[in-house]
Design a protein around this ligand. Structure first.
Ligand code: PLP
Length: 224
């Protein structure tokens, strides 16, 4: 069941701040996606490759599919023909595979680098040191990476009730975004996207400079 009232409220807030809504539809049926589509929503986020491929085949072609989960290199090929934006690029190996598949499909695939900003331990995402190394790598490899476009950064704050902590984590992510924007991507107008904020913390994310939020349970209900 789609919560259309929540959708309208969220859209009103986001439109006033020019923030893009990615409706996170993982585990939810295609008819829920269709219901939001019919209200005008075009950007949807999925976490699992197989599920995304199945839904893509069922739903309208002008829908923008965001891949927001952890992506294994050997699965990039399945989504490369149609994916709109890959949020979770967390290694150079993955970026190079996306580039390869972009070339095969004769397209440029938009990507975000995932930063590890939360307190929780996670195997996934760059930290600030990785980002410096990435900048060096990218400066050298730019010529080769013609089939990916790095559009910005993505991150997830701690699962916490502590608003001050969440705010600090989003501030750090925004800071990393500004550093890259002012260095590695100084001459690249496409580096413009900061994906942060979910159902529980999106108002804080917007206040801290998100350009894109990823909201699931507020729109589609809890996931079982
Ligand atoms: C599931 C998920 C979301 C949405 O979470 P909600 O709390 O349901 O809004 C956002 N981002 C990522 C990366 C997710 O995996």
């Amino acid at each position: 069941m789609v919560n259309t009232k929540a959708y309208q409220e969220i859209i009103t807030i986001l439109n006033s701040t020019k923030t893009t809504l990615v409706a996170v539809s993982k585990i939810k049926p295609a008819y829920d996606i269709q219901a939001l589509y019919d209200l005008g929503q075009r950007d949807f986020g999925e976490n699992y490759v197989q599920e995304l491929v199945e839904k893509e085949a069922l739903l309208p072609k002008d829908l923008h599919w965001h891949f927001i989960g952890h992506l294994q290199s050997n699965k990039v090929k399945y989504i490369a023909p149609f994916v709109h934006l890959i949020h979770g690029v967390d290694s150079i190996k993955l970026l190079e595979e996306i580039n390869k598949q972009g070339q095969k499909n004769n397209r440029v695939i938009d990507c975000l680098l995932q930063m590890h900003i939360a307190k929780e331990e996670s195997k996934f995402g760059f930290d600030e040191t990785d980002l410096i190394r990435f900048g060096e790598y990218f400066d050298q490899k730019k010529e080769v990476l013609q089939h990916v476009s790095i559009r910005g950064l993505m991150g997830m704050a701690s699962f916490s009730e502590d608003e001050a902590l969440i705010r600090t984590e989003f501030k750090n992510l925004k800071q990393s975004f500004e550093v890259l924007k002012g260095s590695t991507f100084l001459l690249d107008p496409h580096f413009d996207t900061l994906s942060m904020g979910m159902s529980g913390d999106y108002p804080i994310a917007i206040a801290e400079g998100a350009t894109m939020v990823r909201i699931g349970s507020l729109l589609f209900g809890r996931r079982s």
